[in-house]
Write a protein that binds this ligand. Structure first.
Ligand code: DP6
Length: 333
């Protein structure tokens, strides 16, 4: 009853922001993302009677069951998993990521997609990808999408039991392999407000949340069409606008949520200027200060050189569309 999996992070072009059901992690709106080829979580699970309690080791450090992080994420996930799939022996989970966690780089997406995939294998559940994406969803909304590679849509679903809220692949990574997401790391610190708390506060207190939902379907339609026709301008413009609309809801919560730092703002201004000069580049951001530049392979070097010059940029990671979660024989323990 031991297995391992590797799962990628993903970055949304049309964001998931707000839950209609916090227990089942059901979103108010659908979302579309690109699965990345360079950021991974590698997770090993072992269910065994010899463990007296569930154990989580994250990047080499034990996460105590009494901690808020444990309870809110893994603890909740394991409870829901067992309610659904029946009692299991206690489990030891060890996970490593090759990028900073909790800094707005989709670590929970990679982490829970890897965990769901490893659990499926360890317990021989034989879940197909659709069911796996629902299982990953119980851990973190964005993890729903990391099961698949390439370009992925998380269908919001209508049902109260969440059975129609899962991910589908819009196109495989090979469909648009020239697309690039350049991740500009502006801080490696863990953010103070996690997306989970941030989106709950938004739904509760932002007068803009209604507006956010009004244009969600149209953004999904445009980005879906843009991906299928490989239209960077359409995808970039809509993704950028969608991200700014999400930030408008965050900024107008009570108290306000501001994930940007000075470098994020500097990057946004630069990208808009470069675009005026004729370079096709767009930005998106998530619940953190990192800026992700959307562009094509042909402009990658030029943009990278310019990004390096910007004060405060700590690291630059160039990513392309990559594969989804998969089982690996390599165990961490
Ligand atoms: C801004 O999936 O981290 O990155 O479901 O509460 O775990 P929970 O939230 P999470 O939120 C991701 C928010 C986002 C947008 C996105 O990835 O779609």
């Amino acid at each position: 009853m031991k297995a391992s999996a590797i799962a990628p992070a993903n970055i949304a072009l049309v964001k998931y922001w707000g839950k209609r059901d916090e227990e089942l992690i059901l979103p108010f709106n659908g979302s579309i993302s690109v699965t990345l080829d360079k950021l991974f979580a590698h997770t090993t699970v072992e269910f065994d009677e010899r463990y007296k309690e569930d154990i989580l080791i994250l990047n080499g450090k034990r996460v105590e069951q009494s901690s808020k992080d444990y309870q809110e994420y893994i603890g909740n996930f394991l409870r829901k998993f067992r309610e659904r799939f029946g009692k299991t022996p206690k489990v030891k989970i060890e996970s490593v990521t090759n990028f900073p966690t909790g800094a707005g780089l989709a670590s929970s997406a990679a982490g829970f997609a890897a965990l769901a995939t490893a659990i499926n294998e360890a317990l021989g559940l034989n879940l197909d990808k659709k069911e796996l994406s629902k299982l990953a969803r119980l851990g973190s909304g964005s993890a729903t999408r990391s099961i698949y590679g390439g370009f992925v849509e998380w269908l919001k679903g209508e049902r109260n039991d969440g059975e129609d809220s899962y991910a589908i692949q819009i196109a495989p990574p090979e469909h648009w392999k020239e697309l690039r997401m350049i991740l500009c790391i502006t801080s490696k610190e863990e953010k103070k407000i996690k997306s989970r708390a941030g989106m709950a506060q938004t739904v509760r207190t932002s007068p803009m949340y209604k507006c956010w939902l009004e244009s969600a379907e149209k953004d999904l339609e445009d980005v879906r069409a843009g991906i299928l026709s490989k239209d960077l301008e359409l995808v970039g413009k809509v993704a950028e606008h969608n991200c700014l609309k999400m930030f408008a809801t965050m900024l107008t919560t009570k108290p306000p949520i501001i994930y940007w730092n000075e470098t994020s703002i500097r990057l946004i201004h630069s990208i808009l200027e470069w675009r005026d000069e004729g370079i096709k580049c767009y930005f998106t951001m998530d619940a953190g200060p990192q800026v992700k530049v959307i562009c094509l392979e042909k402009d990658e070097e030029k943009i990278k050189e310019r990004l390096k010059e910007i004060e405060g940029v700590e690291d630059i990671i160039v990513t392309s569309p990559g594969d989804g979660a998969k089982v690996t024989e390599k165990h961490l323990f």
